[in-house]
Write a protein of this length. Sequence first.
Length: 603
Amino acid sequence: MNIATTPALVDVPQSTSINTMLADRVARTGDGPLIERRETPTAPWVPVSAKAFDADVVAVARGLVARGLQVGDRVAIMSRTRYEWTLVDYAIWAAGGVPVPVYETSAPDQVQWILSDAGCRFVIVETAAHAGIIDAVRKEVPTVEDLLVIDGGALDTLRAQGADTPESEVTTRRDAVTADDLATIIYTSGSTGRPKGAELTHGNFAHVALNAAEALPEVIDHDGARTLLFLPIAHVFARLIQVAVISANTVLGHAPDVKNLVADLGSFQPTFLLAVPRVFEKVYNSAEQKASASKLKRQIFYWAVRTAIAASRARDEGPVPPALAVQHKLADKLVLGKLREAMGGHVVHAVSGGAPLGERLGHFFRGVGVTVLEGYGLTETTAPTAVNMPRDVAIGTVGPALPGTSIKIDEDGEILLKGPHLFRGYRNKPELTAEVLVDGWFHTGDLGTLDSHGRLRITGRKKEIIVTAGGKNVAPALLEDRLRSHPLVSQVVVVGDQRPFIGALVTLDAEMLPGWLATHDLPNMPVSEARVHPGVLAALDRAVNRANEAVSRAESIRKFVVLDTDFTEANGYLTPSMKVKRQLVLTDFTPTIDALYNGPHQA
């Protein structure tokens, strides 16, 4: 099969917008909770009804109008994930504006580029430090006329200033927005070059949100559904979930600081989560580390892991055999239930995207009682374009096409997509837009296959394919994802283009290192020492061998080197969405790669 289509479950009328979806929620559940928020990490969660949130949106929108916001004006938002981000987002939409998200970790030159390319007139930031970044680049961005600081009382100021603006002005603007109108410009954090601004419409968001709610009612559209957002709302994945849950029947919460995430999950008690694979890897690795305090605990933990995975795999074949079901129940009491409690105790589903989770972890978490629904999408597709369905999970795939979407595998293995969720183009880049949007099909640059049931499996990136000196084509993603699941490993970059064999650059997880050393009877040591310690290298060698089990001999990692630095957003080697800037790594670490192969590549 090289093409698969899932019919739309909801056809979105032209009159639909993100504004009308909020209005529908207010009409449906007016006095019921839409959001729960709290002022401090230890304060109780306070419900905000749909009516109260809508009134706050209108109040802030009136203030934006009073300050001169015109229909179509771009407004940058730079903040952590918090209630005010969502409020400002919806207020800008209500006033007829176009929100432009900026990662709160962005460097000044990145901020300057986004503000300039988008032509932002207004900027709303969270902190004085963020305001300092804007001030530092402001003379290079003449379009910026107004800067507001949330922590400086900006929202109260807007509410007060808007008091004299007739509410009818906001109503008129709201009602004028239609599906074809620009909703946002999201700058992809691409691994090379300057970010590209993907222009997404209200119709794009409406199509995905409404069809997802219809396709996944047991996740996001049932009584009691709750989710806690902790991923950056600046990312399209979290932004889409925000819109989807507000237009459905879910209660939304925000967790601005991941350091408090476990406590926040415990107090908020979500029923589903939105996460990236690294989060699940961390949950598993932390549990493994805690269980390694004694030989008995370690043995019980690994038995429980094997039991959870076996029970999950058995479910794919039919009912779990009675003997295994008894063991699974005991494993749940001893180990697995504690992991659920760490996620708040009520999580049933988790939606994962951004990178493959891996079959082992997928089965493990389903055995824990949390079904991870792997999906696939891009900024240009308004996030998900394929996702596993709760009642038909195929672990190892990213599921079938989302309703209303078509997936085609091109002759060279590239994934092509079509549907109402596709962006309208890259801002100020008509040539690039024409290059990736051909006859209604979006060329993703990703490689994949479709099985006989129309389920998509991601195999790599077209531009990241490594061709060894022997002519073997190798997709590095599979090896990297498998090796990165080891608790010692933070990041992996597989190398070998035009080289005699496949190698890898590995970085250590400084957060997990002390615990791993302690449980393996090794003295505590810094990364600079651990990277060359025989015990650490032996463990990594075993991890590499396990990763190699998934590929042929010609594709396997023969040698690796452990770097003395990690790849982070701070040092420029990771994008805000946690993707490695591969080309930058290959360039900056050329001497290290050459040493791995005992000399530079001979052209």
